[in-house]
Design a protein around this ligand. Structure first.
Ligand code: SF4
Length: 97
């Protein structure tokens, strides 16, 4: 089996964390979101995050395999973080407008 094919199959077989871990991740994210005053991102900031997810091998449709979160929701909250720290910090010069 070629390395590319093996890597592709490994990626396909990846699963999100178990339900308990997903609930814990969601609760922790929501606590951060509320502590941040429920602030959301601008549309360009939101789109920048989703573009990064588009290129990430941890994305499966609308779900992140690292945390199990729904990306269309998670990417909106300013306090929410990529579990692999791929998203730019809000306010960084790296956020495209
Ligand atoms: S949140 Fe991070 S780890 Fe998850 S799909 Fe997006 S870039 Fe990848």
């Amino acid at each position: 089996m070629s390395i590319d094919k093996e890597e592709s199959e490994n990626r396909q077989s990846q699963k999100p964390p178990g339900l308990g871990r997903q609930v814990w991740n969601l609760a922790a994210s929501l606590a951060s979101f509320m502590a941040d005053g429920c602030k959301t991102l601008t549309k360009p900031e939101y789109e920048t995050r989703l573009k990064i997810c588009d290129a990430c091998d941890q994305r499966r449709g609308n779900q992140c395999l690292q945390c199990g979160c729904r990306l269309s929701l998670k990417a909106r909250g300013r306090a929410f973080q990529c579990p692999l720290n791929k998203w730019p910090r809000v306010g960084d010069d790296t956020v495209e407008s």
